[in-house]
Every structure is written in structure tokens, then in C-alpha cells.
Ligand binder design. Structure first.
Ligand code: ARG
Length: 471
């Protein structure tokens, strides 16, 4: 009995009163979260300081008690940052570890901190504060990457490459225009994150365990101290839902999906078969056996890592789908998939933000590739349409010209005028400069959203303004 009490004090210090035997050592370890939730110690301490400040404001703590708590917590934060803090599994999570140390440090006043709150609203508040900071860091990385893309696009507004559909040469495009497609994807990702942040930035604190609290708390004041835009309106909802984390993981999944598509293109483009761009050596590795190899590791890894973030999204969705109101221990499992998605997106964006501005386009190779595959065939059809031929007939005429090109292994621009005139007498000398050259083809697509160099330059300027407008 004495032994059991001892153990109980040791293993269940926070709720020993109700228990007649100690928590099994394995269960203590199995149910603990301190191994991973210590990551948001700073947010936990900030939340506790705001809570104590509010408790003093409404007269539940004296100003002396408030100041002792704030001082104790500030010191604990320093200890954690200097590695002088012992995280204890038997104290289960970040919240109880910090509260326990606070009481050890300042005595009985430490035991008053938890008045009017529960770990349920505490943890929900901590995750939101933590995620809010991470969203801001991710937004800054996205912005750096977007800036790099815009600069590269500006420098390549008239670099010509083949555009593809079905990965078959389709029509010439400018490299700058292709890069601006990447920019659009990533700008939407920023918009989504900014929108998601609004719903993250609401405060559960005050929900207490599930029903609210009997003390005359001032939630608006605590929210203001912590920079929350609003409070969660319903206490049951405030402690239980993790939809904001799911929304973040969905947004993170879309970012990874976009980075993965960009990766796939970079992997193709750096191959000996394409040779469109070079990735500087510092982003690549070689092979231990094949001396000639230079592998595009960064894009390959990012493409691979997209899978884990999609998995993290599914983990959180599955975690929530069966939970009745309000808090359930299941929710402790929200952290690792969220942290993994955050870390993976941050790492991937960091690598891309460094790598993209360092890409070296092989302008001659891209041009050469665009000359193969009859990429200006549509331009020849459009030329004939402008001379009064119906598009379907023009399509047929050009098809025959392409067949001749295939037979003679020549691009349309390499056929002679008499050869072309066999298919239509409407074709004149001006066809070479108006339709069949790569420059004519891209320059002609001169409207908002088109590939013409002039449009690319204008889109870069607008892109910078649109980034600014997002804030
Ligand atoms: N470690 C817990 C979590 O991550 C904190 C909340 C625990 N609440 C409880 N009543 N067991 O969710």
C-alpha cells in the first residue's frame, strides 16, 4: 500500500488523488506526448503568461501571484532553451512538465495557474499558436521562391522552348511563360495559407475541459494578449475540433503537389534526352559506381516527400472522423502528422527557394528542341485561316505538309516555298516570317495570359504587385 502510494505519487502526481495504483510504466510511456509536444514549449508558456495575466485582471490571482508566475515561467523558458530542463515522461506532456517545474520553482502559487482552464483548451490553444507561427514562416519561404521564379521568368521572357501536351511537342512557348505557370500555382498556395490562417487564429482558451468555467474569465482580453483575431464561440467545439490542422495539411498537400510537378519537370529537363536546364552541382549528387552521373536529388526527394504530406492529411482526417464531442485522447495523435507536414513543406520550400534562382537554362538546346516536332504547324493553319480557308480544311492541308516534312526529315520552316505551295496556292513567301519561325509563333500569342515575350514581361510586373498585395 505504501509502495503503491509512492508509485502513484511518482507516476500520477497531477491526479494521484483519484487513483489507488500507479500507472503501469509501459502505459505511462505509451500515453505520454512529451516526447513530441515539447516542441511548442514557447507557445505553452506564452499561453500560460496570458492566462495568468487575465486571471489577475479579473481578481482571481493577486498581482504578486501573477508576477511570480510570469517570472517563474520566463525562467523556465530560459532553462529549456539552455538545455537545463529535464523533460519527464511520467509528467506526460509539455503542459504538466512545465506546470510541475513552475511549482517546484515558486511554490504553492504555481498550483494556482491552472485555475479556470484545462489541458484540453490549453493544448488546442498551443497548437494554434504554434501553427500560426509556422504558417508565417512558410508564407515567407513561398514568397522567396515566388520572387526567384519571377526573376528567372523576367530574364527568360524571350527564351523559346517547346510547349508540351501529352509530353509530345505541341507549340513553342517562352521559358518565362512556363515559369510563370509555376508562379501562379504557388501564388494560389499563398492565398490558401493566408485564408487558412484566419481560422487557425481563434482562441479555444476559456473552453476549459469542455463546458467553460465557473470563474469570471475575460476571454477577449486573453485573446488580445495572444494576438488571436477572435475566440472560439463554443466551448465544446473549441476543445475538440482539429479542422484547422486538417485545412493546413490540405494546403500543405497542394503545395507539395505543385512542388512535385515542378520537380518532375526539372528531372526531365536535366536529363541527357532534354538538356533544357542545369541544376548547379551543389544541389546534386553523383553515383558511387557510374562516374558520369549527376543526379537531380533535390527535385527527386521533394517529389518523393509529397507522399508523406498527403499521408499526413489522411491521418488527420481519419483521426477526426469518428470522434464524438468533446475532447478525446485520440486528439493527442494530431501533433505528429501536423509537425511532419510542417517540417516537410518547410524543408522542400527552402530547397526550392535556394535552387530555382540558381537554375541555368540551356537556351540553344531548348530552341533546337522547339524546332523539332513541327511545333509551328498550328501557326501555318492559322495563317491559312486568315487568308479565308476554313479551319478544318487548313488543318487537313497542314497535315499533308507535315507528312512531307516527316518523309524528308525537315521542319516546316525547312521546306521550300514551292514544296509548301503544292498544298495550297495561298501560301506565299511571307509564311516563313509570319508563321513558321519560332519567334513569329510566340510573338503572335500576344494577349493577356499568352506566351508572347511582351506578355511575359507584363505578367512579371503584375506578379510582383500581386505578391505585394497579399502582404
Ligand atoms: N497531451 C494531451 C494532448 O496532446 C493534452 C490534453 C490532455 N487532456 C486530457 N484530458 N487527457 O492532447
Amino acid at each position: 500500500m505504501a509502495n503503491a502510494q509512492n508509485q502513484s505519487q511518482h507516476t500520477s502526481g497531477m491526479w494521484g488523488g483519484r487513483f489507488s495504483e500507479a500507472t503501469d510504466a509501459f502505459v505511462a510511456e505509451f500515453t505520454a506526448s512529451v516526447q513530441f509536444d515539447q516542441r511548442f514549449y514557447a507557445q505553452d508558456i506564452a499561453g500560460s503568461i496570458a492566462h495568468a495575466t487575465m486571471l489577475a485582471k479579473v481578481g482571481i490571482l493577486t498581482t504578486q501571484e501573477r508576477d511570480d508566475i510570469i517570472q517563474g515561467l520566463t525562467q523556465i523558458k530560459k532553462d529549456i532553451e539552455n538545455g537545463n530542463f529535464e523533460w519527464r515522461i511520467d509528467l506526460e506532456d509539455v503542459h504538466m512538465n512545465i506546470e510541475h517545474h513552475l511549482t517546484e520553482r515558486i511554490g504553492i502559487t504555481g498550483k494556482k495557474l491552472h485555475t479556470g482552464r484545462s489541458r484540453n483548451d490549453q493544448v488546442a490553444t498551443d497548437i494554434r499558436l504554434y501553427l500560426r507561427d509556422e504558417i508565417d514562416a512558410i508564407l515567407a519561404l513561398l514568397q522567396r521562391l515566388q520572387t526567384g521564379i519571377l526573376n528567372l521568368a523576367e530574364n527568360n521572357s524571350d527564351t523559346i522552348m517547346p510547349g508540351f501536351t501529352h509530353l509530345q511537342t505541341a507549340q513553342p512557348v517562352t521559358f518565362g511563360h512556363h515559369l510563370l505557370a509555376w508562379f501562379e500555382m504557388l501564388l494560389r498556395d499563398s492565398e490558401r495559407l493566408i485564408d487558412c490562417r484566419k481560422r487557425v487564429n481563434r482562441m479555444p482558451l476559456g473552453s476549459a475541459a469542455l463546458a467553460g468555467t465557473t470563474y469570471p474569465i475575460d476571454r477577449a482580453y486573453t485573446a488580445e494578449l495572444l494576438g488571436f483575431e477572435a475566440v472560439c464561440e463554443n466551448s465544446l467545439d473549441g476543445v475538440s475540433d482539429r479542422d484547422f490542422a486538417i485545412e493546413f495539411n490540405a494546403t500543405a498537400s497542394l503545395i507539395m503537389m505543385h512542388l512535385s510537378r515542378m520537380s518532375e519537370e526539372l528531372i526531365l529537363w536535366t536529363s541527357a534526352q532534354f538538356k533544357f536546364v542545369q541544376i548547379p552541382d551543389r544541389f546534386c549528387t553523383g553515383s558511387s559506381i557510374m562516374p558520369q552521373k549527376k543526379n537531380p536529388d533535390v527535385p527527386e526527394l521533394v517529389r518523393g516527400k509529397s507522399g508523406r504530406v498527403f499521408g499526413d492529411l489522411i491521418s488527420l482526417l481519419t483521426l477526426m472522423k469518428g470522434q464524438p464531442l468533446a475532447y478525446n485522447k485520440d486528439n493527442q495523435e494530431d501533433k505528429e502528422p501536423l509537425f511532419d507536414a510542417i517540417d516537410t513543406v518547410r524543408g522542400s520550400l527552402m530547397a526550392f527557394a535556394d535552387m530555382i534562382p540558381a537554375l541555368v537554362p540551356n537556351i540553344a538546346e531548348m530552341r533546337e528542341a522547339a524546332l523539332r516536332g513541327f511545333s509551328t504547324a498550328t501557326d501555318l493553319a492559322d495563317y491559312l485561316v486568315k487568308k479565308g480557308v476554313a479551319f478544318r480544311d487548313a488543318h487537313e492541308i497542314v497535315g499533308k505538309a507535315v507528312a512531307l516534312g516527316v518523309a524528308e526529315d525537315k521542319d516546316l520552316s525547312e521546306l521550300t516555298l514551292p514544296q509548301l505551295q503544292q498544298f495550297s496556292s495561298l501560301i506565299e513567301q511571307d509564311v516563313f516570317e509570319k508563321a513558321l519561325t519560332l519567334e513569329a509563333s510566340v510573338t503572335a500569342r500576344n494577349h493577356l495570359g499568352g506566351t508572347a515575350p511582351q506578355q511575359v514581361k507584363a505578367a512579371v510586373v503584375r506578379g510582383r504587385e500581386r505578391m505585394q498585395a497579399l502582404g
